[in-house]
Ligand binder design. Structure first.
Ligand code: PLP
Length: 468
């Protein structure tokens, strides 16, 4: 054994104790860590011919790289929809690495059964019915990709062929219909050989991002054959929701596969006052839910769910002499794009076991109330204009007097430089704007006050740019 490796093995308890202490320090400082740091990469070093051991590697990381890492897991990072990591989920993530299970085959470990238990818990948490089975994947993009792969296989089934065997070239014209799809839907269509151009956007309701059901009905009626409909349960700009029950009801008249992208919107189910927004989610043929967003587990983690596991096995089966054929309860190796795979379920299992439905409901309800409070502050500020009502956990707003890209970019840069809060710029209905997305378990009311103050600190940040 390499001498450094042997030395680290001999000192493992002490070395890991040092890592634990460092982790505790980092977490203790997270709330005040700069939310975003302008990337200044360290000068690349050549590959070390002989190593320095774990202690020295830690010191080098702390010196050269760690200062450039953002406080994105902290309470005032409102960019994208980011979430943090609960204490129990961090513990679960550590132990995932410690035990290093390969949750692909079911031959040698009960790890895959823990994944199944976690999927069942998540189904219950989100009000999704027992007819859906699921698996962990790396994120919502991969979940959307798996869902649309099943849709593709279903289209083949309508033609009496298997696309998994015959290839996508055997498929008659494919049409994908959606109101306000996330960018990852286009990426998934590209990866699946369906093609980005096959997505046709359907008009939305006036002043909304939710699809116009009558327009969708007409578009489906005009198609020569079965289609794919991507419904959106929580758009990223204004968290608008398609009417899932009304869309599902259209299947009585038109044949289509219903995929729902509920990456973070699915968590509306935890709030009794908002659960109506996801009514009908369980009627979907495939569902995408991200966990590294609102469940507050570390990257990377999402689930995909479907009521057609048979199609999933057709697409993803990986039969080999040593793996066996898919059984009644197929191993995950036959269900997901990966073969070997991390036990991603463990951090989610830990947080659900530690905090339960009530703990996670309180994260969601607090974040919704916080978004509402910031929305109220913005709606009375002369500097800003809300672009949409705060429906859930995102505030979408722009400069009242100068809603232009240069002015919004300047605000974003100034806020990022100040380091207190991080927002991402967007364009909503043609208007350059900002989004503030609440999804972190650590965020407090005091944080919201600080954020509101920072955003309204126009005079300090303006440099005259957003004046009329
Ligand atoms: C974040 C998001 C995605 C993509 O998620 P990743 O985890 O980044 O792959 C897809 N759809 C919606 C609605 C999202 O919010």
């Amino acid at each position: 054994m390499d001498a450094r490796l042997a030395d680290d093995l001999a000192r493992m308890p002490e070395l890991l104790e040092n890592v634990r202490a460092r982790a505790a320090d980092l977490l203790a400082g997270l709330a005040e860590r700069s939310v975003a740091v302008p990337p200044v990469p360290a000068k690349p070093l050549p590959l070390p011919p002989s190593g320095v051991g774990l202690d020295n590697a830690m010191a080098d990381f702390a010196d050269r790289w760690e200062p450039g890492f953002s406080g994105s897991a902290g309470p005032r990072y409102l960019g994208f929809v980011t979430g943090g990591a609960t204490p129990a989920s961090v513990a679960g993530d550590w132990l995932t690495s410690v035990l290093d299970q390969n949750a692909a085959p079911g031959l040698d470990s009960s790890a895959p059964d823990l994944e199944r238990e976690t999927i069942t818990w998540l189904r219950e948490l989100l009000g999704i019915g027992e007819e859906h089975t699921g698996a962990f994947v790396s994120g919502a993009t991969m979940s959307n990709t798996v869902g649309l792969a099943l849709a593709r296989e279903w289209l083949g089934e309508q033609q009496g062929i298997s696309i998994a065997d015959a290839g996508v070239g055997a498929l008659a014209d494919v049409t994908v219909l959606s109101g306000t799809p996330h960018s990852s839907i286009y990426k998934a269509l590209s990866m699946l050989g369906i093609g980005r151009d096959r997505l046709r956007t359907i008009p939305t309701l006036p002043g909304r991002e939710a699809v116009d059901i009558d327009a969708l009905d007409s578009a489906l009626a005009a198609l020569p054959g079965p289609a794919i409909v991507v419904a959106n349960a929580g758009t990223v700009n204004t968290v608008d929701f398609d009417d899932l029950e009304a869309i599902a009801a259209l299947r009585e008249r038109h044949p289509f596969w219903l995929h729902v992208d509920a990456a973070f919107g699915a968590f509306a189910a935890l709030s009794p006052a908002h659960s109506h927004l996801v009514a009908g989610l369980t009627l979907a043929d495939s569902i995408c839910v991200d966990l590294h967003k609102w469940l507050n587990v570390p990257y990377d983690s999402a689930i995909q769910l479907t009521n057609r596991q048979d199609l999933q096995v057709r697409v993803f089966q990986n039969s080999a002499a040593y793996l066996g054929l898919p059984a009644a309860t197929p191993d995950f190796v036959h269900l997901t794009p990966e073969n070997s795979r991390r036990l991603r379920a463990l951090p989610a299992w830990f947080t659900l076991r530690a905090y339960g439905r009530e703990g996670h409901r309180s994260i969601v309800e607090r974040n919704i109330a916080q978004a509402q409070r910031l929305g109220d502050a913005i709606s009375v500020s002369p500097r800003w204009r809300l672009l949409a009502p705060v429906r859930l956990n995102v505030v979408c707003f722009t400069l009242a007097n100068n809603p232009t890209k240069p002015a919004i970019d300047k605000v974003t840069q100034d806020l990022t430089a100040a380091g207190t809060t991080f927002l991402t710029p967007t364009v909503y209905a043609g208007t350059p704007a900002l989004r503030a997305a609440f999804s972190n378990w650590r965020t407090t009311d005091a944080d919201v006050e600080r954020i509101a103050k920072e955003i309204n600190a126009g005079d300090r940040h303006l440099s005259g740019n957003d004046q009329p």
